[in-house]
Every structure is written in C-alpha cells, then in structure tokens.
Design a protein around this ligand. Structure first.
Ligand SMILES: *Cc1c(COP(=O)(O)O)cnc(C)c1O
Length: 359
C-alpha cells in the first residue's frame, strides 16, 4: 500500500466543483488556487445580534477579492474559445483579477477604468500583471458600455460579470459556506455594486437546495452606498459617488437578477452612508482582525444599521461576505487617523515604556 504523505490542498474552484458548474466540456483550468477562503466567526457581531455571525473573507483570494472566483472560469472559457485578448470595465478589482489570470493564460489584458477613481493597490496589480490600462473620462457605467462595444466590434473577449460564465465561478462561494456550516445560513448579507455577486450567490444557494445539499435558502440582504443606490431607489444614478469605490456604480448590469434574488429569497436592498461603511471597516479590523477595503464592510455596516432600525437576528445564522482586502486601498483606510507615527522616542526601553504608558 502506498502511504499518503500529501495533505489535501485546495485546487481552485473549477477543480473542486467542476460537475456543478455550467461551463463547456473540455474547458481547461486556468487557476491561481482561488476560493476555499476562510469562514470566520465574528464574536462581537454574534454577541451584538444574539445569533451566529460568520464572515466569508474573500480578500484571501489570490488577487485579494472575490473576483478571482469568476475570473478563473471566464478566462478558462476564453482560452477554450481561442481568445487572444480580454477586456473588462472595472472599479479596480475586476481588472486586477483579469490581468493576473490573463497573464497566466498568455492573453492580452485590456482594462477600462474611470479616470482618477481607482485605488492605488488595484491599479498596481493591473499594471504589474501587464495589463494595458485605459482611463476613461467617465464613470464605471461608461467603461462597461465601451467594453461591451469593443467586444462586439473587435477581437477581444468581454469578461465582466455580464458574461454568465463569471457567475458560474462566483456561485462557488455559496457552496463553500454551505459545505462549511452544514446547511445554508438563515441570512446572507453583502455589498452590491454591479450586482453580479448577489446574483451568483443566489444561483449557488438555489442549486445546493435543489440538489438536497442544503435544506433551505437564505434571505438575501444587500447594501449599497447612499450615493450609488439604484437598487434601493429603483432609479439609475447618473453620477454615482462614494468612498467605497468598488460599489460606485449607478446602473448595475445584473439589476434584474439582483432584484430576483431579493424577491425570491424574501430579502431587500438598503443604503448606507459612507460614514457608516468606514466605521464598520474600522470596527471589523479592530475587533475581528479582518482588514477589508471600504466597500467590503457594507454588509457589516448593514447588519449594524438593521439592528439599530429594530430588526432582530437573534438565534439566526448569518453569513456576511467581506468582499476584498484592506491593503488594496490604504489611502482611504488611513484618512482621519492624522499623523501615522505621532510618538518618537530615543532607542531606550524606559523611554518607549513611558511613551506607551506602561508601568
Ligand atoms: C466587485 C466588488 C463589489 C461589488 O460586487 P458586484 O458583483 O459588482 O455587486 C464589492 N466589493 C468589492 C471589494 C468588489 O471588488
């Protein structure tokens, strides 16, 4: 008998879940080992709700956001179809992810971003992975319109989440949550921008329930920034504005699918001020040790607001997706902290102890 010394290594979402993904037979696997992210129990949020609150930490994906789940499938299928170049519109994370996966696949990545609104970390990722970055005088919605037109008229494949193959990869996050908890949570909370993610989670939860791998489907509650809240008001925002740049989107591409997810699950959309979002971001970092980018804290901010408004989560299991890593946008995180290093001492133990207020 051969002795096995290998421990199980996560193989990325295509290899882990291929039979459950609607991707063409024979699709190759272009992967960076995405998915398999931690589900971390939040002690303070569990205490605050009287329930069990779990954070799905998507910043732990290879390029630091959940976008990698959909990008492994989108780029793999683009390779199958013989694409040579790929294009996306992005508030930052899609381009970072696309550039990395395109690099692996030997495809040329072309990125359209709104001028001046991309966090430095995300821009650095796209550039390092060899993307051609084109800044558009306009917002994300303009970039998406251009990307679609480029893909329609030129030999480049579109990998935004309007490409249904993206959602196939992204739905695996719902699978992982159920696999880990043993059933679907009662509630799933998350930020919404272009609305691909909420649509993908709902696909995944429905599929698992249909397969009998979960006994129920969660109520989907999604949160937007006040300055970019079309799903809350029912109207597109021609000039979306928020410090949570990853959800600074005025006319979500998956609008209809997102409304369907909310309606079918008995869920809803609510909006938050930037202040609520940034406060939740800080609390999450200080209390749970989880540093996320601003947009990623919207689900947590939403939970806190729901509690203030009188909703009860007592006794419930709640999953919250925190969508991207805090290191992507340190500038916004550090606003309001003043001087970073405000205490300077000589290299002396007593001086350091005195400055730290010890003893
Ligand atoms: C893309 C993104 C979102 C929004 O997801 P949608 O699928 O566009 O609704 C939220 N947070 C982060 C960090 C993102 O990168």
């Amino acid at each position: 008998m051969r002795s096995s010394t290998a421990t199980h290594q996560w193989r990325g979402v295509i290899e882990e879940y291929r039979p459950l993904l609607a991707i063409p037979e024979g699709t190759p696997t272009v992967t960076l080992g995405e998915g398999g992210t931690p589900l971390v129990r939040s002690a303070w949020l569990s205490y605050a709700t009287g329930g069990e609150v779990w954070l799905k930490v998507e910043g732990d994906n290879p390029t630091g956001s959940f976008k990698d789940r959909g990008m492994t499938t989108a780029i793999s299928v683009a390779v199958l179809e013989g694409a040579r170049a790929v294009v996306c519109a992005s508030t930052g994370n899609t381009s970072a992810s696309m550039a990395a996966y395109a690099a692996r696949a030997g495809l040329k990545p072309l990125v359209l971003v709104p001028e001046g609104k991309i966090a430095a970390g995300k821009m650095a990722q796209a550039i390092m992975h060899g993307a051609q970055v084109i800044m558009v005088r306009g917002n994300f919605d303009d970039c998406l319109r251009l990307s679609r037109a480029l893909a329609d008229h030129y030999p480049v494949a579109l990998v935004n989440s309007v490409n249904p193959i993206r959602l196939e990869g992204q739905k695996t996050a719902a699978f992982e949550i159920v696999d880990r908890l043993g059933d679907a949570p009662d509630f799933h909370l998350l930020p919404v921008g272009n609305a691909g993610n909420i649509s993908a989670y709902w696909l995944g939860y429905r599929q698992y329930a249909d397969l009998g791998r979960a006994t129920r489907r969660p109520v989907m509650r999604a949160y937007q920034a006040e300055g970019a809240a079309p799903l809350v008001t029912g109207q597109p925002f021609p000039r979306p504005e928020t410090k949570a740049t990853a959800i600074r989107i005025g006319n979500p591409a998956s609008w209809r699918l997102a409304e369907q997810a909310a309606a079918e699950s008995g869920g809803r959309f609510r909006s938050l001020t930037d202040d609520q979002i940034l406060t939740a971001q800080r609390e999450l970092a200080r209390r749970d040790g989880v540093f996320v980018e601003p947009a990623s804290a919207a689900g947590v901010a939403g939970l806190l607001q729901d509690l203030e408004l009188g909703d009860s989560y007592a006794g419930a299991t709640v999953a919250i997706t925190v969508t991207g890593h805090g290191l992507k946008d340190t500038a916004t995180a550090l606003e309001g902290f003043g001087d970073l290093v405000d205490t300077v001492v000589d290299a002396d133990v007593d001086a350091a102890a005195a400055a730290a207020g010890l003893g």
